[in-house]
Design a protein around this ligand. Structure first.
Ligand code: SF4
Ligand code: SF4
Length: 484
């Protein structure tokens, strides 16, 4: 099988050996979960439950403040009682409202993890009824995906029902299932493809039916080539040979980026400022496609998450399946033992694009692909120096941007200059930061720059709305009758 790639890219030490090829282990039933009310890219959510309410696993507990397309509900991941609704730190390092559900114990029952009563938290469910995606209407299928709370699980948390309903003027001819998983340490997508190949193929077939697209490619790096025979077998069983193909790409960072994968598998370029649909493609993480299949066949909302827990300060690196809202600190030490004396950094996501967080006790969310517990040796960082104009950041940017110029503009507080230099085309892959000999925190500055732009746009929108409200009533031009 031919191996394709995009131009440029980094050969990183993948550091996947600790969890590569390992099965996914279900965590012991958690005693509590901390579920962020808002977990998607889009309009805000609010809690639908109150403290003291009894909830069942799968029950909707949060949804949009105001209805709209960019909204996705959130569901209880265990059965129990809502103990608190309060602000907690989330995996993106911001504070947000979370619903804390504790499992309920019968009187006198031991509250230790693993007690008999604990089993109920995962078996007492309130799922949706199964729905045949090949018979129902497109509208019903998209509604099912939304009602099941499905967002992109590769990191961006984009609402899946919006992704698979592109505007009519966009001609889509290829669905790409993204199993590249180019971030070091992470092996979640590999585990998903290994353990749920039939659900993956079904998920692809469902989104092909919804979108009317007749070709799909499962894209993966060549370090996962061992999975090909099994996937080909499932494609054959589903009678989809030639319709669903496997595309092998070089193991190169950031091969899993949407733009890079499209280039490698179809040869097409996503235009500057454009989206995959502008290149005729929809790219979806393999885990998201499995979740879509389960939303139809089992009626199961997105309430569990497969992820990799690894890093030098993790004593038992493994791929795990955890109810959304699980805290690693709540897992028993014989399942998840953390070497706290050696722990220096906690990352949600991989080391290139992940988010450093201040504590281990941060809840697992729908888009948490991994938690990396790093030691001093894994995080060694030199002091930031001054730019020596070496151009390495330019030569290694997969989007052909000029990071050094974008950074200079941001340092000079010239946001518009940075945008002109390509800030909004940056996919935040971190390759420039990784290659910079001066250890300049380029990607971190680009993230802050984009955040500033979003705030500027929100402020402009708020001003526009306030101005619209403040428009005086039309002047009454009819003559006022004289008192005389
Ligand atoms: S500028 Fe953006 S896209 Fe280019 S290497 Fe840096 S982080 Fe990646
Ligand atoms: S890699 Fe670093 S030092 Fe070299 S040009 Fe870019 S910002 Fe400057």
């Amino acid at each position: 099988m031919a191996v394709s790639t995009f131009k440029r890219g980094l050969r990183l030490n993948t550091r996947k050996h600790a969890t590569e090829g390992k099965p996914v282990e279900m965590v012991p039933e958690p005693r509590q979960v901390v579920i962020p009310v808002h977990q998607h890219f889009g309009a805000p959510n609010q809690a639908l439950v109150k403290v003291g309410d009894k909830v069942k696993r799968g029950q909707k507990i949060a949804d949009a403040v105001t209805p709209g397309p960019m909204t996705v509900p959130v569901h209880a991941s265990i059965s129990g009682i809502v103990k608190k609704i309060e602000v907690r730190t989330q995996s993106n390092n911001t504070d947000g409202v979370c619903i804390i559900i504790e499992k309920e114990y019968p009187l006198g029952e031991d509250t230790a993890v693993g007690s008999a009563a604990g089993n109920a938290v995962l078996t007492d469910t309130d799922f949706l009824p199964p729905l045949d995606p090949f018979i129902c209407t497109k509208e019903d299928a998209l509604t099912r995906i939304r009602e099941a709370g499905i967002t992109g699980m590769g990191g961006a948390a984009f609402p899946a029902h919006v992704k698979f309903n592109p505007p009519p003027n966009k001609k889509i001819d290829t669905i790409i299932a993204d199993g590249a998983e180019c971030e070091p340490y992470l092996t979640t997508d590999e585990a998903v493809m290994m353990e749920k190949p039939a659900a993956l193929i079904k998920g692809i077939a469902i989104v092909m039916k919804i979108t009317g697209v007749i070709k799909a490619i499962i894209g993966m790096e060549d370090n996962k080539a061992a999975l090909i025979p099994m996937l080909e077998e499932e494609i054959k069983k589903a009678a989809c040979p030639g319709v669903i193909e496997i595309g092998l790409c070089k193991t190169l960072y950031p091969q899993g980026g949407e733009k890079m994968l499209i280039k490698a598998l179809t040869g097409r370029e996503v235009p500057s400022g454009g989206l995959p649909m502008d290149a005729g493609c929809i790219v979806s993480n393999v885990g998201t496609l499995v979740a879509i299949a389960e939303a139809f066949t089992l009626g199961k909302p997105l309430i569990d998450r497969d992820l990799t827990v690894s890093g030098g300060a993790c004593k038992f690196p493994k791929n795990i399946r955890a109810p959304i809202g699980t805290l690693l600190t709540d897992l028993p030490p014989d399942f998840m033992d953390i070497d706290y004396p050696r722990l220096r950094k906690v990352l949600f996501g991989g080391p290139m694009m992940g988010q450093a967080v201040p504590a281990v006790a941060i809840p697992i969310q729908k888009n948490t692909s991994g938690i990396i517990l790093m030691t001093e040796e894994e995080t060694l960082q030199d002091m930031e120096g001054v730019c020596i104009r070496c151009g390495r950041c330019i030569r290694n940017c997969p989007c052909r941007l000029v990071p050094v110029i974008m950074n200079m503009n941001l340092e000079a507080d010239d946001l518009d200059g940075a945008i002109k230099a390509g800030l909004m085309d940056c996919i935040e892959c971190g390759s420039c930061t990784y290659m910079c000999p001066a250890r300049i925190k380029l990607v971190q500055r680009f993230r802050v720059g984009k955040q500033r732009l979003r705030m500027r746009q929100q402020a402009a929108e708020a001003r526009k709305q306030a101005a619209a409200k403040a428009v005086p009533h039309p002047v009454h031009t009819e003559s006022v009758p004289s008192k005389n």
